[in-house]
Design a protein around this ligand. Structure first.
Ligand code: TRP
Length: 473
């Protein structure tokens, strides 16, 4: 009995940590706005297909590589096939670029948290803005303020790194369920808003596009959903290799590879159910873009009156924690890559020192994004001249960083990892590791076919679709 309990406990902690990494701004910010911009239901269905045919499969592959080698991504992949190490470095580079915009998005949440918090004490927290959209524009157009909140985000992350992340992990135990609970509460509250049901029509019915007046571009939806899925599940960059390396041989990879994606997807769908009904009730546009989460939820909390300030502050606090816990593991991806690289060269490194250097590089990367004002200035972004040659098909610098990572590097990483284990090393690498727990693997054939054929083909299609976007498709 003792033993059984112990097993369950450790697996529970593993799942919690992995879910903590997965759930973040990707679910709350990225998923709803991308679904809104890509026709609603068709995007949702493509997303589900992506999760099952690619997400679960890549999760299994990464966890198996991690547990088999017991090492961090670069060492793990390099140990299996020396020349494929580059996939690990790709992951480190992705993590660095992601943090360039991820930190700003947490910074936004921080600004809203402060806004609602001071309103609890009767002080106006949103500079007299008439609506959620007005405030969002005013705030994002103020690069100094955005930079300040982004800098505070890095400070918070660095403090956690300095004083240890165990406090954050303990918080996640409450924070993640707390986030689910508050999302459910908002979903229920939304039902009282007139016109809210159209949000469900948009999300779950074929009439959705009609009522929202949106169009649907299959190629764009596929590349957006594919990238979003990898981003949301923290896949394609080796992050889950690290998590797998801490997993006990007795635990079931086959099961974890389903549980994590399912929980993460539920969180994304809940975020949609918290946002879309409100979008329709408030007469907003589902295609509002990256501001959707912030503008809509601001409006929702405003309709709640005084209680809205408390609930709003709590909601943004939980988002900040979900975001910061993901941000710290993003920093960890780059940090461990650099430390491994230096160790391979026989150099010693101080983990804290490297982490701060990494945080500094990431902060420097975030500066142009903060100054870009989401491209609102003049329609092309204040930073446009810097990236116009790269930026075909993206609306602003945030979109460009996002596209380079989740649209290009992560699908490439996922594709290469599948080819590595499916073809170069052989599927037995994964199979033996999954079967090491002594259980039966009912879906073994499904995974084998996916790893070898289906997942790489879909990832290649996502990449081709990105390439075609340069030609306006
Ligand atoms: N999955 C996280 C989110 O949805 C972001 C993320 C992407 C991430 N890759 C990662 C987090 C690697 C940790 C490690 O917000």
């Amino acid at each position: 009995m003792e033993n059984e309990r112990g097993k369950w406990n450790s697996n529970f902690i593993f799942i919690l940590a992995a879910v903590g990494s997965a759930i973040g701004m990707g679910n709350l910010w990225g998923f709803p706005y991308k679904m809104g911009a890509n026709g609603g239901l068709p995007f949702l269905l493509i997303y589900f297909v992506m999760v099952v045919l690619c997400g679960v499969v890549c999760m299994c592959v990464e966890m198996a590589i991690g547990r088999k080698t017991g090492k961090s991504p670069i060492e793990a992949i390099g140990g299996l096939a020396r020349r494929w190490k580059i996939v690990g470095w790709f992951g480190a580079l992705s993590a660095t670029i992601i943090m360039g915009f991820y930190s700003m998005l947490i910074g936004y949440a921080l600004r809203y948290f402060v806004g609602f918090l001071v309103q609890i004490f009767g002080v106006g927290g949103f500079a007299g803005a008439a609506s959620g959209a007005d405030f969002f524009v005013a705030f994002t157009q103020n690069p100094g303020a955005v930079l300040l909140y982004t800098a505070i985000t890095f400070l918070i992350c660095s403090l956690f790194v300095m004083f240890g992340t165990s406090g954050l992990e303990k918080f996640n135990k409450i924070g993640i369920p707390g986030l689910f609970i508050i999302l459910i509460a908002i979903i229920i509250y939304n039902l009282t808003l007139p016109g809210a049901l159209n949000g469900y029509v948009f999300m779950f019915s074929s009439k959705g596009m009609e009522i929202a007046g949106t169009s649907f571009n299959f190629l764009k939806a596929v590349r957006t959903a594919g990238g979003q899925m990898l981003f949301s599940l923290s896949l394609g960059m080796g992050a889950m290799i690290t998590y797998g390396s801490y997993l006990d041989k007795k635990e079931s990879i086959a099961r974890s590879a389903w549980i994590i994606p399912v929980l993460d997807t539920v969180a994304s769908v809940f975020a949609g159910m918290a946002i879309f009904p409100a979008v329709f009730a408030m007469g907003q546009d589902v295609k509002a873009g990256p501001g959707l989460l912030y503008i809509t939820m601001h409006n929702v909390f405003t309709t709640m009156g005084v209680a809205g300030n408390v609930i709003g502050a709590l909601f943004y606090l939980l988002i900040i924690f979900a975001g910061v816990s993901s941000a710290i593991s993003l920093m960890e991806v780059t940090t461990s890559a650099i430390i491994d690289g230096r160790t391979a060269k026989g150099k010693k490194s101080s983990r804290k020192g490297v982490t701060f250097a990494v945080a500094l590089i990431m902060f420097i990367l975030s500066i142009p994004i903060c100054l870009d004002r989401l491209g609102l200035a003049g329609g092309e972004g204040a930073m446009w001249p810097l990236y116009s040659f790269l930026g075909a098909g993206s609306q602003d610098l945030l979109d460009l960083y996002d596209m380079v990572t989740e649209g290009l590097m992560m699908p490439l990483g996922a594709l290469l990892m599948c080819v590595l284990v499916g073809w170069k090393l052989g599927f037995a690498t994964v199979r033996d590791e999954v079967l090491a727990d002594g259980r039966k693997w009912k879906l073994e054939k499904f995974f084998e076919v996916c790893v070898k054929y289906i997942t790489p083909v879909i990832m290649a299609f996502v990449l081709v679709s990105l390439f075609l976007s340069y030609f306006g498709l």
